[in-house]
Design a protein around this ligand. Structure first.
Ligand code: ADP
Ligand code: ADP
Length: 233
């Protein structure tokens, strides 16, 4: 479902120095997997995740998602391909001046869905994350866990096959974290959405991942399976 082939990323620092955030790396993630990227802060996990939907443009290598080589697509093709890749964030990234329903509708507006279909899809997605009764609220009226549920509903609205999650529970307390992880596992099970999740916590990997990669200093050091909540590292 997701293949990175010799993908690499450098950043040029303000002083002109070059920093290697990801050395040339290969990664294969299967359809339907929940795949973790775990490692210390600054290891390159978030960069690796953002290379999957080309939020970061690789310096070398190929990114293939759902049979499409994203790195070979022109801008318009890439915009369309990105409808197939939802993303959620540590800080939720909701728009404060829009209601819950209008936040979820946002990617559908961008994609040009007609208003009636948009409304039906928004209702479906809010029901999926257990927030059908909060459609008219503003983000400020919600708890952290509820805000992340809105983030998940927004990411799923365009019916993506892939969901990228960048430290989705790092701003939440342990009980709320459990609820969000259960929600992601449920979506993976019910919809078959492939989930890639960045975390610095082994507990998150144990809770929901099928496999995970250890990222350290811009390299994929190891890939291990998780069986019945036990990391086979
Ligand atoms: P992680 O998610 O594992 O904490 P990141 O992928 O966010 O790590 O960052 C990896 C390294 O790349 C860090 O040293 C970070 O400072 C650097 N980095 C990330 N994005 C940029 C950028 N836009 N410009 C310069 N350096 C960056
Ligand atoms: P920015 O990129 O500055 O955050 P945008 O107007 O591009 O602002 O996006 C506003 C919010 O909507 C952001 O939080 C972004 O993550 C989210 N967003 C944009 N496009 C999509 C999309 N296709 N699917 C899900 N969320 C999206």
């Amino acid at each position: 479902m997701i293949a990175l082939k010799q993908v690499s990323k450098r950043f040029v620092r303000p002083d002109g120095g070059v920093f290697t955030a990801l050395s040339p790396s290969d990664l294969d993630i299967q359809a339907g997997e929940i795949f973790g990227l775990i490692g210390p802060s600054g290891a390159g996990k978030s960069t690796l995740l953002r290379l999957i939907n080309l939020l970061e443009r690789p310096d070398g290598g190929q990114v293939v998602v759902d049979g499409q080589t994203l790195t070979a697509l022109p801008a318009a093709g890439l915009r369309r391909a990105r409808q197939n890749i939802g993303m959620i964030f540590q800080q939720f990234n909701l728009m404060a001046n829009r209601t819950v329903a209008d936040n979820v509708a946002f990617p559908l507006e961008i994609a040009g869905w007609p208003a009636a279909e948009r409304a039906a899809r928004v209702a479906e997605c809010l029901a999926l994350v257990g927030l059908a009764d909060r459609a008219g609220d503003y983000p400020a009226q919600l708890s952290g866990g509820q805000k992340q549920r809105v983030g998940i509903a927004r990411a799923l609205a365009p019916r993506p096959h892939v969901l990228l999650a960048d430290e989705p529970t790092s701003a939440l307390d342990p009980a709320t974290t459990r609820g969000i992880l259960d929600c992601l596992a449920d979506i993976n099970q019910r919809l078959g959405v492939t989930v890639v999740i960045v975390t610095h916590e082994m507990a998150v990997v144990r809770a929901i991942c099928h496999r995970a990669a250890v990222v350290t200093q811009g390299t994929i050091a190891e890939i291990f399976p998780v069986i019945d909540g036990v990391a086979q590292a």
